[in-house]
Design a protein around this ligand. Structure first.
Ligand code: THU
Length: 132
């Protein structure tokens, strides 16, 4: 089923709400994410930083791990939002994690606080990504 512009804006707003919980004392760059899973359930996430910088968990990975911990199998739609000029560009690690739980039909919505957005597939964000 094709997702309408109105539905997309509602999902972006939900991701923007999740962003408020971001723990970012080091970068002060907050990221919010929302996953709609294959059962239609919503799982939110935000980035969570650490004094040992490398232990930081990105917003989209938090949302995905939140979903997996509650019975999600696949990502139907994922929304990622940050305070960027254009739609946010997810890091490489998150692209690989998104791929792990995506199908060819997974809808990836990259957005910013102005609610500019761009819709992509997993093959577009991660061509030739690793798989076993
Ligand atoms: N960050 C995300 O949450 N998602 C991304 O895809 C890119 C980066 C976070 C990590 C860190 O807390 C902050 O943004 C600055 O890198």
């Amino acid at each position: 089923m094709k997702i309408s512009n109105e539905q997309i804006l509602e999902l972006i707003d939900e991701a923007i709400k999740a962003r408020e919980f971001a723990y970012t004392p080091y970068s002060h760059f907050k990221v919010g994410a929302l996953v709609v899973d294959n059962h239609g359930n919503h799982h939110s996430g935000c980035n969570i930083e650490n004094a040992s910088y490398g232990l930081t968990n990105c917003g989209e990975r938090t949302a995905i791990f939140n979903g997996i911990s509650k019975g999600m199998e696949k990502i139907d739609t994922i929304i990622v939002v940050g305070d960027t000029t254009g739609p946010i560009s997810p890091c490489g690690a998150c692209r690989q994690v998104i791929k792990e739980f995506s199908t060819k039909d997974t809808v990836i919505i990259l957005a910013n606080l102005k609610r500019d957005y761009k819709i992509m597939t997993v093959d577009e964000i991660l061509p030739y990504g690793f798989e076993l």
